[in-house]
Write a protein that binds this ligand. Structure first.
Ligand code: AMP
Length: 117
């Protein structure tokens, strides 16, 4: 059984984070180690360790992650210039925190595909 991560504590506001959006399904906060001028993480309030653990019942929440990403891109002023949404899964995907999250990255040209290599 996977254990909750630091992201659950951020959702419950038990540890500080720069939360930019929260509703009944998702929370969004600035990445502590930003890789672009705008780098926000959008996560489900429900603890789901990896993309492999998503169920059909999570479809509404997964859809919300995209509509919140779109809204935040506009709020950040990066919607017209463009941005990238990334979700990493397990070791080969480069996942470090095992609570699924969508990276919203923008504010500079990001290159052809990968953000770090
Ligand atoms: P990933 O490699 O896709 O699992 O990304 C995890 C992301 O979480 C990294 O970009 C980290 O910088 C970010 N991160 C880890 N801990 C925190 C935290 N306490 N607050 C904000 N972002 C965090």
């Amino acid at each position: 059984m996977a254990e909750e991560t630091i992201f659950s504590k951020i959702i419950r506001k038990e540890i500080p984070a720069d939360i930019v959006y929260q509703d009944d399904l998702v929370t969004a906060f600035r990445d502590i180690s930003p890789r672009a001028p705008s780098h926000v993480l959008i996560i489900p309030n429900k603890f789901i360790p990896t993309l492999n653990d998503i169920e059909e019942e999570d479809e509404l929440m997964m859809g919300r992650m995209f509509t919140v990403a779109k809204k935040l891109a506009k709020d950040e002023g990066i919607d017209e210039g463009g941005y990238r949404l990334i979700m990493n899964c397990n070791a080969h995907g480069g996942q470090e925190v095992y609570h699924i999250h969508m990276h919203l990255l923008g504010g500079r040209p990001l290159g052809p595909l990968l953000i770090d290599q």
